[in-house]
Design a protein around this ligand. Structure first.
Ligand SMILES: [Fe+2]
Ligand SMILES: [Fe+2]
Length: 189
């Protein structure tokens, strides 16, 4: 799929604000690909497409999890987690994207996981630090990425902050997110 086509399908699918966020994630991801020697095309495409299913129906998401035999634990979670894996399936089936680097980055941007590829880490981080984001710790994460150039530490700090935020509101934590935390805690040094 070329970049123009990706922009077009996302523009038609998502509300304007979410489309603009997707473009900023793609731009940030390209910048990170340049810094960390990633694949710019894969990062740009995954950035544009990552939130494609953000507002789909939860019942449809559950059907896809069951039909595609995705991790059954996903059935205990909401759209916030599910829109990643479901978008990867739709991109593969409805738009013929076969590039695993792109599909993995889309799929895992909501949960993280251990042993992420460079492309996955770039999208995971770009989603958190694109220029309009304003989380309390976002400037700390930007410094870790742009000044310290420490992508694994950024993944760890993002995952830690996400889990803390979920725990504050008594949310359940998806096991792969905990595996992500533990793995990047180990490799971040
Ligand atoms: Fe997302
Ligand atoms: Fe996003």
């Amino acid at each position: 799929m070329d970049i123009e086509k990706a922009l077009e399908i996302v523009r038609h699918k998502l509300p304007k604000k979410r489309f603009e966020h997707s473009v900023r994630v793609a731009e940030t991801a390209v910048k990170l690909a340049e810094m960390f020697n990633g694949d710019k095309y894969n990062c740009e495409l995954a950035g544009i497409l990552h939130d494609y299913c953000k507002y789909d129906e939860l019942s449809e998401m559950y059907q896809i999890v069951i039909r595609e035999k995705l991790d059954p634990a996903l059935l205990g979670f909401n759209k916030e987690l599910l829109h990643g894996p479901v978008a990867a399936i739709k991109m593969r089936d409805d738009y013929g994207i076969k590039n695993d680097e792109i599909l993995l980055a889309i799929s895992n941007h909501t949960s993280g996981r251990d042993h992420m590829t460079l492309n996955e880490k770039i999208i995971y981080v770009a989603d958190y630090i694109e220029p309009e984001r304003d989380q309390k710790n976002v400037d700390d994460i930007r410094k870790i990425v742009y000044e310290d150039k420490h992508l694994d530490l950024a993944v760890y700090e993002i995952t830690k902050a996400t889990i803390k935020h979920l725990l504050k509101s008594d949310k359940t934590i998806y096991p792969r997110t905990i595996e992500c935390l533990n793995y990047y805690n180990m490799v971040k040094e």
